[in-house]
Design a protein around this ligand. Structure first.
Ligand SMILES: Nc1ncnc2c1ncn2[C@@H]1O[C@H](COP(=O)(O)OP(=O)(O)OP(=O)(O)O)[C@@H](O)[C@H]1O
Ligand SMILES: [Mg+2]
Length: 459
């Protein structure tokens, strides 16, 4: 890795030389400037990790350098060095955006520790910016694929609500894209540069959830050796996403109610009330109304969350999206897994349209990924598809039975269905019993027996 670049700004040549010597020996790449204006000109031309500036200089002082630097090169870190007698001005500089300060005369060890800490911060900060930008690109709408009318209506609702602070409750079966929609809302809102904190209410053990959500004070319980901020506190300024809200324990629902209503809470074991500015999103694959009726979900909490409900339709209700989604996942797999899948045959698409997709879009995504890895290239044919697709394909042929209030006779119904199946097979086989038996995957003698028993022999 290239050495980190540091710009030293000081009007006194002795100080400049001393700092340069220390820093070069420590392995940094060092440039120097004798005044603020020169420093800014250098910042315009090159990238520096750190600017180490004197506070009191003729002309432009250190404070002004830090201020200008924050607009010119926002990710560069400013550190000031100043005489002990004027530490107050260093505090000013930190308010203006400096990261830290060292006092004069500068001690080598102290300076190097401060620099190391600053560089660690630089690394985390720039990673964070990069990551946020990546995430932002990923969760803008472009990555949510759908042609379906209901989904389009949801997209326009998402667009309208994103930039408000309204609570959104997202319903949908597993794998329908609830988290994707939650992310789209956050990354299309004015909170996009702040945190999106997710809490999976079903995955955190009940006795840990409270401290996870609200944090705890040092010594609040055995094992609480240090103060810890909870997720609500970490989400301050941003968005909190309560995933699988239907799984939340009743006793915690009361506590949640308060933060949703007042946006305030206390840490576990604490007395100080902490106020936060957060936007709340929630998701569930359960029917919350049913849970309310069963007294497993508080109805006051339900109404708090049920401000803007969005319901994502299951994939089996938007099968017309299959070609788009398949193309989307094929493109992604080809790039990420270096595959060369070229599409899907109409027969294979037909098979997939007959499947009931219990795992929804996640199941489709995983299926395409598996095919991409196993098959690598070519076209997806029925032969590429996993067995479960065929199994349900058969059971799809079974008529949907409804039971009338007066009930139905089991044996008679089965017999009528058997009769229909045999007839259909015999007709399809042009009356040839051996072929009809084959179509029904039964042996010929069984078919003949059944035909006799059901009086179909005259056909
Ligand atoms: N419309 C879509 N377009 C593209 N990809 C989608 C779409 N909907 C869902 N996906 C993908 O499907 C997968 C499942 O989506 P997501 O995790 O958002 O579902 P979920 O409803 O939160 O599921 P669960 O209830 O199981 O947590 C993700 O990898 C997501 O990227
Ligand atoms: Mg989810």
């Amino acid at each position: 890795m290239a050495a980190e670049r540091i710009l030293v700004v000081d009007d006194e040549v002795m100080n400049r030389d001393l700092l340069e010597q220390i820093l070069v020996r420590a392995g940094y790449e060092v440039s120097t400037a004798a005044d603020g204006e020169t420093a800014l000109a250098m910042l315009r031309q090159g990238t520096f990790h750190i600017v180490l500036t004197d506070m009191r200089m003729p002309g432009m002082d250190g404070l002004a350098v830090i201020r200008e630097m924050k607009t010119l090169a926002p990710s560069t870190i400013g550190i000031v060095h100043t005489a002990y007698s004027s530490v107050a001005t260093a505090v000013e500089a930190m308010k203006a955006g400096a990261y830290d300060y060292v006092t004069k005369p500068v001690r080598r060890d102290e300076l190097l520790v401060v620099l190391q800490r600053a560089l660690e911060f630089y690394r985390l900060h720039s990673e964070n910016i990069g990551l946020r930008q990546q995430l932002k690109a990923k969760y803008k709408f472009d990555n949510i694929v759908s042609d379906n009318e209901k989904m389009q209506a949801i997209f326009s609702q998402v667009e309208r609500v994103s930039n408000t602070d309204s609570t959104v409750l997202i319903y949908g079966e597993s794998g329908t894209g609830k988290e994707l929609i939650a992310r789209a809302i956050h990354y299309n809102s004015h909170r996009q540069d702040k945190a999106l904190v997710t809490i999976n209410c079903g995955a955190i053990p009940k006795d840990l959830l409270e401290s996870e959500l609200f944090g705890h004070e040092k010594g609040a319980f055995t094992g609480a050796t240090a103060l810890r901020q909870g997720r609500f506190e970490l989400a301050n300024g941003g968005t909190i996403f309560l995933d699988e809200i239907g799984e939340m324990d009743l006793s915690l629902q009361v506590k949640l109610l308060r933060i949703l209503q007042e946006r305030e809470f206390e840490r576990v074991g604490g007395t100080r009330t902490i106020k936060v500015d957060i936007r709340v999103l929630a998701a569930t694959n359960k029917n919350l109304e049913t849970l309310v009726a069963r007294q497993q979900f508080r109805d006051d909490l339900y109404w708090r969350l049920h401000v803007i409900p969005l319901t994502l339709p299951p994939l089996r209700e938007r099968l017309s999206d299959l070609p788009l989604l398949i193309a989307h996942f094929i493109t992604r797999c080809n790039v990420e897994k270096k595959c060369q899948l070229r599409g899907i045959t109409p027969e294979a698409l037909q098979m997939l349209s007959g499947y009931h997709w219990p795992g929804n879009i996640r199941e489709l995504e995983n299926m395409i990924e598996r095919i991409a890895i196993l098959q690598g290239d070519g076209v997806i044919t029925p032969g590429s598809l996993p067995e479960q697709v065929f199994r349900t394909h058969t059971s799809n042929l079974v008529p949907v039975v409804t039971i009338p209030p007066e009930g139905i006779h089991f044996d008679e119904t089965i017999e009528a269905f058997e009769q229909q199946l045999l007839l259909k097979a015999l007709v399809t086989a042009g009356g040839k019993k051996s072929l009809a038996a084959k179509l029904l995957h039964m042996n010929r003698t069984t078919l003949i027996e059944k035909v006799k028993k059901l009086h179909l022999g005259d056909l």
